[in-house]
Ligand binder design. Structure first.
Ligand code: HEM
Length: 286
């Protein structure tokens, strides 16, 4: 099989595997939601799901790996579209909606990370609250729509994660996914792969909220921003830069041939820079 043929096969199969993973994450999330309590001692509740609820540890791991697989494969699929400049063939609004959906996918992962209720989840929630509050004029009001401090800290992320964002994402990509829907074999094989992973690989350790630890990390895709937050003000590192980057990708189809080339290279270059920043944070810490 030639290199380009292998590439074509991957372009064909990966989004279908991603959508199969989405179905598994929606189904496992639905069962978890029966046991999850966003009020009270959330950490204890999650620990009980892991150790007392029948198959709780398995459901958590299945949901975790299916969610990660879905978002990573959507990222690769978007990268594939981008590198082949397929955005030139899409209506501008459709491309904008696809990029918006990808951003929402990362937001689902982020809120899922908060819902763990452990030290890392608490820390991620605090960062989200601080970043939103850093937006001038509207920040405090805007933050209240997503997360509040106090006993209801987990309630809004829970609402967004479980009931609002997944359905909004599916709604936004409903026309696009028609051509990428998985066949039965792809779905069963994906399910089998995720099932075996959840069975064999141990669930990550949740750090108690009161534990003394040297470093608290955010989710993998946030590590680059976390590094930027060390050297830049929160508004610039956490809102302006990611927002401007998403805006640049959304604007790609609207640029003319000469400008388009520069924008294309700029987007690809900034992505590589972010990956390098993330790898640096993983290897050497933040
Ligand atoms: C796009 C779909 C979804 C993705 C990508 C996703 C992803 C995730 C991730 C990565 C976590 C953190 C798990 C961990 O680190 O332990 C999580 C937690 C959680 N998710 Fe989802 N999720 C999705 C949809 C849903 C839905 C539809 C529900 C419920 C109806 C749900 C319920 C939960 C609950 C209750 C938790 C906290 C329990 C735990 O940490 O295991 N999720 N999700």
């Amino acid at each position: 099989m030639s290199f380009s043929e292998a590439g074509k096969r991957l372009s064909y199969h990966l989004p279908r595997i991603g959508l199969s993973a989405l179905i598994v994450s929606l189904a496992s999330g639905l069962i978890l939601a029966f046991y999850y309590r966003p009020m009270g001692d959330v950490f204890r509740n999650v620990e009980e799901i892991t150790s007392l609820v029948p198959y709780g540890w398995f459901l958590r791991q299945l949901h975790y790996v299916a969610g990660q697989a879905f978002v990573i494969l959507m990222l690769i699929h978007t990268g594939d579209h981008f590198l082949k400049k397929r955005y030139r063939t899409y209506a501008a609004t459709q491309w904008i909606l696809l990029i918006l959906s990808l951003c929402l996918c990362f937001f689902v992962l982020f809120t899922g990370f908060i819902l763990k209720g452990d030290k890392e989840g608490l820390f991620a929630g605090q960062i989200m609250l601080n970043l939103l509050q850093a937006i001038p004029l509207v920040g405090r009001r805007l933050a209240r729509l997503f997360i509040v401090s106090g006993p209801d800290f987990y309630f809004l992320p829970y609402l967004y994660h479980c009931f609002f964002l997944p359905f909004l994402i599916v709604y936004l990509i409903r026309f696009h996914i028609r051509e990428w829907l998985p066949d039965r074999v792809t779905f069963y094989l994906t399910f089998l792969g995720l099932f075996l992973y959840a069975l064999w690989v141990d669930l990550h350790r949740d750090i108690p909220p009161g534990a003394m630890v040297e470093h608290v990390s955010g989710p993998w895709f946030f590590l680059g921003i976390q590094s930027l937050l060390k050297v830049l003000p929160p508004l610039t590192a956490g809102v302006v830069i990611p927002g401007a980057y998403a805006g640049l990708i959304m604007a790609a189809p609207a640029t003319g041939p000469a400008m388009g080339k520069i924008i294309h290279l700029l987007i690809a270059g900034l992505f590589c820079l972010y990956v390098a920043l993330t790898l640096k944070a993983i290897v050497w810490g933040i």
